[in-house]
Design a protein around this ligand. Structure first.
Ligand SMILES: Cc1cc2nc3c(=O)[nH]c(=O)nc-3n(C[C@H](O)[C@H](O)[C@H](O)COP(=O)(O)O)c2cc1C
Length: 323
């Protein structure tokens, strides 16, 4: 049995382990969220932009596991019925990211559902604190997917200083093993939220081709970019970029974004016409943690290894061991 690391996060959210699954749009379906929950972590379904049909299937696939759900705030605010339907299922938690989520927090609290609010800056952390989010997820720019510019190592302890000792904080971005968990705890977190690591797992929703590509790429090949938001017609506020794996489509437009915008309709058609596994064109979302990922294990194994390694490091094991 995996040793336990008890933190404010495990206590307040009634978890075995201080590890959460990032609510990755379409990747974190019911099978993955359910597997993380069954292994003692916090499993969050990736509600993303708010696709009602997909969400229904994901909750069904999670079965009886107590899972939560996450939404992209600015999109969810345009789809209140989808959020209300998700809250009516009494999820274990609601996670919100990217925008002023105060109305979503109020609705979740009225439904008795605790909230995790993912932030990228100190100013956003102040908003999350004012809204009384039960947990703040501090996301560094290393993260896969959307985010902003600040690195985790200075931002995390700064949010701890701001929030005081009682607030539950999670760290996200570039964390993929027990070294990351131990370091995050030292920097002031009560647990970690991992995306890229769980993307490369057996239960993640995604093709074998995409998962094989995750193993073949390195963090150096990722970059924060606007290219795929423009190409996919996603209405992201301009200050958010998305960390993705570079490919031929990105390389053509990354330094020429105004030209891409000017030709958006044609390029979007080209993007949409590409087969799902054409990774020269299609986006592969992943973060710098790709450097640390070499296999596609079950989610339970990821949690077990991460907690065991962090436990050993925190107990004084040699610090140079590889995961
Ligand atoms: C494939 C993928 C999809 C993501 N989709 C979402 C999303 O829909 N909503 C969200 O809040 N965060 C999303 N994220 C970001 C995560 O919430 C989290 O911040 C990030 O995965 C942490 O960094 P890591 O990937 O290095 O673990 C996504 C990340 C990845 C890798």
């Amino acid at each position: 049995m995996t040793r336990r690391l008890v933190t404010r996060f495990t206590e307040r959210f009634a978890l075995e382990h201080p590890v959460a699954l990032a609510p990755m749009d379409k990747v974190a379906g019911g099978a993955l969220a359910g597997a993380v929950a069954s292994a003692g972590g916090l499993g969050l379904i990736g509600g993303g932009y708010g696709d009602a049909g997909w969400l229904e299937q994901a909750f069904a696939a999670a079965g009886n596991a107590a899972v939560g759900v996450g939404f992209i705030t600015w999109s969810a605010l345009r789809k209140p019925a989808v959020v209300s339907a998700a809250l009516a299922r009494k999820p274990k938690a609601l996670m919100v990211s990217f925008g002023d989520a105060e109305p979503l927090v109020a609705e979740a609290h009225a439904a008795g559902v605790p909230v995790l609010w993912q932030v990228q800056t100190l100013a956003q952390a102040r908003q999350a604190l004012a809204a009384k989010a039960e947990a703040i997820v501090v996301q560094g720019q290393e993260a896969g997917g959307h985010g902003m510019d600040r690195g985790l190592v200075a931002l995390l302890p700064a949010v701890r200083d701001l929030a005081g000792p009682a607030q539950v904080l999670l760290a996200a971005g570039g964390l993929a093993d027990g070294r990351g968990l131990a370091a995050a705890l030292m920097l002031g977190a009560d647990g970690i939220l991992m995306g890229t690591r769980f993307w490369a797992s057996r239960e993640a929703s995604g093709s074998d081709v995409a998962k094989a590509a995750l193993l073949a790429r390195e963090g150096d090949q990722t970059v924060r970019s606007k290219v795929f938001d423009v190409a996919r017609g996603a209405d992201w506020p301009w200050h958010y970029t998305g960390r993705v794996v570079r490919n031929a489509f990105l390389d053509r437009w990354h330094d020429d974004i105004e030209a891409l915008k000017a030709d958006a309709a044609a390029q979007r058609a080209r993007y949409d016409a590409a087969p799902p596994d054409d990774l020269d064109t299609r986006v592969l979302i992943a973060g710098e943690a790709l450097d640390l990922i070499h296999d596609l294990p079950p989610a339970a194994t990821i949690i077990e290894r991460t907690v065991e390694q962090a436990h050993a490091l925190l107990s004084g094991a040699p610090r140079w061991t590889r995961s």
